[in-house]
Design a protein around this ligand. Structure first.
Ligand SMILES: C[S@@+](CC[C@H](N)C(=O)[O-])C[C@H]1O[C@@H](n2cnc3c(N)ncnc32)[C@H](O)[C@@H]1O
Length: 183
C-alpha cells in the first residue's frame, strides 16, 4: 500500500478548508481539528498554514501515519475512531474511500479508494462514530461521490449543507458540512 497522493478530491477539500477555516478560527482560535485518513498530510499542512494550533490526525495505513509524524504532526494509526481518544473536536474532516468495489482496482490502492460494495459503507460507519467526537457546535467536512449510494445524513442525526462540488469526467464529488441536529 502506498500513500494516497493528492488528487481532485484532495484539492476540493483544500479549497473548502481555505474558504471555511479562517472564519471558524476567528470565532474560536483554539479550535481542535481532527483529520481521519490523513494520507499525505496535505490538509494538515493547510490547517497549520491557516493558523490551526491543535491538529490531530489518523490513518488506518501505517505508512501514512509515519509520513505525517515525520512532517511533524500528531498522527495515530486507527480504523476510523477506534483508537481516537474519547475527546471532542471542533472540526473533523474526512476524504474517505468512497468508490464502489471494482474488481479491476489494484489491491494497492483499494484501501484509499474503495468504500465497500455500494461505496458508502465506510462513510456510514464514520457518521455513526463521529457524533461521539464532535463538539456541540462542531463541524464535519466530508467528501462523497455520485458513484456511491446516496446517504441520508438526517438519519444519523446531522444537519447538512453542500459546500462545494466538482464535476469530473465520470463522477461528481461534493463536500458536505455537517453539524449535530440540536434537539
Ligand atoms: C482518499 S484518501 C485521502 C487522503 C488525504 N486525506 C487526501 O485528501 O489526499 C483516503 C485515506 O483514508 C485512509 N483510510 C481508509 N480507510 C480508513 C479507515 N477505516 N480509517 C482511517 N483511515 C482510513 C486511507 O489509508 C487514505 O489515506
Amino acid at each position: 500500500m502506498s500513500i494516497y497522493q493528492p488528487a481532485e478530491d484532495s484539492y476540493l477539500m483544500s479549497r473548502i478548508l481555505k474558504e471555511k477555516l479562517p472564519e471558524l478560527l476567528t470565532k474560536n482560535p483554539n479550535l481542535k481539528f481532527l483529520e481521519i485518513g490523513a494520507g499525505s498530510g496535505i490538509h494538515l499542512e493547510t490547517a497549520k498554514t491557516l493558523g490551526v494550533k491543535n491538529i490531530f490526525s489518523s490513518d488506518i495505513d501505517k505508512k501514512s501515519v509515519n509520513h505525517c509524524i515525520l512532517l511533524g504532526f500528531n498522527c495515530i494509526q486507527s480504523d476510523l475512531f477506534d483508537q481516537i481518544p474519547k475527546e471532542k473536536f471542533s472540526i473533523i474532516i474526512f476524504n474517505p474511500p468512497y468508490l464502489p468495489e471494482d474488481s479491476r482496482e489494484p489491491k494497492d490502492s483499494k484501501l484509499a479508494t474503495t468504500g465497500g460494495k455500494k461505496g458508502n459503507e465506510i462513510i456510514l460507519k464514520f457518521l455513526q462514530q463521529a457524533k461521539n467526537h464532535l463538539e456541540k457546535n462542531g463541524k464535519i467536512f466530508l467528501i462523497t461521490s455520485s458513484l456511491a449510494k446516496e446517504i441520508n445524513f438526517e438519519k444519523f442525526g446531522y444537519q447538512y449543507q453542500e459546500v462545494g462540488c466538482e464535476s469530473l469526467f465520470f463522477e461528481r464529488l461534493c463536500i458536505w458540512e455537517l453539524s449535530l441536529k440540536l434537539t
